[in-house]
Design a protein around this ligand. Structure first.
Ligand SMILES: [Zn+2]
Length: 165
């Protein structure tokens, strides 16, 4: 069963056990050392307390490593889902009729028709940009969907997503 946090039940058990052992080591070490004036005996009890701290520290490290592992896995799943969603959106953008697009009103190369306007890739024909954008795009790029655009590169850089021209 998936819990809300990044930890599994086994991680929680390990954390609880190591923390409990560490605390027990500290308490018993304190209790033992406080009951004697012989330094060598106190040292042995102190060693027990130090071992308890080490066990608790190890348990904490395992606990944090488990969380980091889960976060990494979730990030991987998220990027797969995101790229699938983007691929789906791209496909539906290609299926949409050209008349429904926001760039349909843009001026075309005079007398040349659509074929010429796409043939001149890189010269600013067949690409669009908008005020405030740092890149120019293909007209069907997701980055310009729903935005008021004008034709041309606007002396901007090509979009790294749709890679125009
Ligand atoms: Zn783009």
């Amino acid at each position: 069963m998936r819990t809300a946090g990044p930890w599994r039940a086994g991680d929680r058990r390990t954390f609880a056990w190591t923390t409990g052992l560490g605390l027990a080591g500290l308490v018993i070490g304190y209790w033992g050392a406080s009951g004697t004036v012989a330094q060598s005996t106190q040292l042995r009890w102190t060693a027990l307390a130090v071992a308890g701290v080490a066990v608790a520290g190890l348990g904490n490290a395992v606990w944090l490593a488990a969380a980091a592992r889960d976060v990494r896995a979730r990030r991987g799943q998220m990027s797969v889902r995101l790229s699938m969603a983007l691929a789906g959106a791209e496909k539906s953008a290609q299926l949409a009729p050209p008349g429904a697009r926001d760039y349909a009103h843009l001026p075309r190369a005079e007398g040349q028709g659509a074929a010429a306007s796409t043939a001149g890739g890189g010269s600013g024909v067949g690409v669009v940009t908008a005020e405030g954008m740092t890149h120019y795009h293909r007209p069907d790029c997701l980055m310009v969907v729903g935005k008021t655009v004008r034709e041309g590169t606007g002396r901007k850089r090509p979009c790294p997503i749709c890679r125009p021209g």
